[in-house]
Design a protein. Structure first.
Length: 424
């Protein structure tokens, strides 16, 4: 009678397979297939469930960036916002001066500054690099990088002087720093410090460095040198042009001053010490662009005459006429006739629009006056007198470059009132 065999586990923990003739490898494969089928059957039996927790498929990147563990910037993008507790804790660990050496802190600030720079947050980048520099690490390479990076941020903020200063500091830590030389040259160019720009470019050309960096920097340096040469030529041309214009203006001013002096004109105020003439720009807006000038006469004789801006005040009308160009050789009767086109004209009284009061002004019946600078009396001007003849009177002063005269109708109440004030 044969005894029946009992199955018992082997040393590996698997069941004995001697009765079926299967090897251990075959049995494991069989078990794997069985587990796979059971898993598929289990998943198939589960009811579909909506994904409710975690990050949304469409916005997971934004949600990840907002998480304190993965955040690349402060909430709201600002530097002064209050940090969430977790982010504040992580920040304290990262920037703890007790647990981190000055060099480690400086590197952390440099990395943060680089990220801010890439995000074009240049002011925040400057602040981060400055904190790194404040650590005063003994690593000269790191110090040079911090100063150069801060220079780059300042450059993008158009703070070219600050950028140049940082480049110079970077070169003190690393004298052969090609990138610092190039940035310094660029800053000098923006500041139009042409000689300094040239010096940095020459220094760069003499410095050996990494082939790729040196070749790219050398190319830019040569382009800058060309720009400097062109700018120098432009500046030299402009300088010669400016000096020529200055000589011409000086010559014209001397001629004008000489002509006014020869004409016997009294100017008020007088010229200051060292000046040929006082400021002759008219105070009236209508005459501002018509200051006195010395011009050739129209007859082609080559003679020059003074052309004045003139103010004609009408007390009766409460109005002033402005003559922008009155040759000193022109008589008062000729000018008035030209202004009125030789015919009488009705003129309204300013401020009396309600009554529509108008007064007939006949150029042949007008009287011109000037006020004496000696006694403030009104002096009558003959119509046949030229402007030059009247301005040559010692008591006829020209104030602020504009001769001023008063115009009345002969025999009018305005004329009588004007004379009565003088006891005439």
């Amino acid at each position: 009678m044969s005894a029946s065999r009992r199955s018992s586990p082997n040393r590996s923990g698997a069941f004995d397979t001697s009765s079926s003739g299967m090897t251990e490898k075959e049995r494991r494969q069989e078990l794997y297939k069985k587990l796979e089928k059971e898993t598929e059957a289990f998943l198939a039996s589960r009811k579909p469930a909506k994904y409710q927790e975690g990050w949304d498929e469409q916005s997971w990147e934004q949600e990840m960036a907002a998480h304190p563990l993965f955040a690349q910037q402060l909430p709201g993008g600002g530097t002064g916002s209050e940090l969430p507790p977790l982010l504040e804790a992580l920040r304290q660990v990262k920037y703890d001066e007790t647990d981190n050496s000055p060099e480690e802190l400086a590197r952390s600030y440099k990395d943060d500054g680089n990220h801010l720079f890439k995000e074009q947050q240049y002011r925040a980048a400057v602040a981060s690099y400055s904190e790194g520099i404040r650590q005063k690490t003994l690593n000269t390479e790191l110090n040079a990088q911090l100063h150069l990076n801060r220079a780059a941020a300042q450059y993008h903020l158009n703070n070219f002087n600050a950028a140049l200063e940082d480049c110079i500091l970077a070169l003190q830590f690393k004298p052969n720093y090609i990138k610092a030389m190039l940035r310094a040259a660029q800053s000098c160019w923006q500041l139009r410090k042409l000689d300094e720009c040239d010096e940095f470019c020459i220094q760069l050309e003499k410095t050996e460095g990494t082939k790729d960096v040196a070749s790219a920097a050398l190319k830019e340096a040569r382009e800058l040198t060309d720009c400097v040469d062109k700018e120098r030529k432009i500046l030299e041309r402009n300088r010669r042009k400016w000096e020529k214009e200055l000589r011409e203006r000086r010559q014209k001013a001397e001629e004008l001053a000489d002509a006014i002096k020869k004409a016997g004109v009294t100017l008020v105020p007088t010229a200051e010490d060292g000046e040929l003439l006082p400021n002759l720009t008219p105070r009236f807006p209508a005459l501002r662009n018509f200051a006195v000038s010395l011009e050739n006469d129209a007859d082609g004789s080559g003679h020059k005459s003074l052309i004045w801006p003139v103010a004609l005040v009408y007390p009766e009308l409460k109005e002033t006429d402005f003559v922008q160009r009155w040759s000193e050789q022109t008589t008062f009767s000729t000018m008035l006739s030209a202004m009125y086109q030789g015919c009488p004209a009705e003129r309204p009284v300013i401020g009396d629009e309600e009554n529509n009061t108008v007064i007939l002004y006949d150029p042949a019946e007008l009287q011109v006056w000037y006020k004496s600078s000696k006694n403030d009396k009104s002096i009558a001007v003959r119509g046949k007198s030229t402007l030059r003849q009247i301005l040559a009177q010692k008591d006829c002063a020209v104030e602020d470059g504009v001769p001023s005269f008063w115009v009345t109708r002969r025999g009018s109440e305005a004329e009588k009132e004007l004379l009565s004030k003088q006891g005439i």
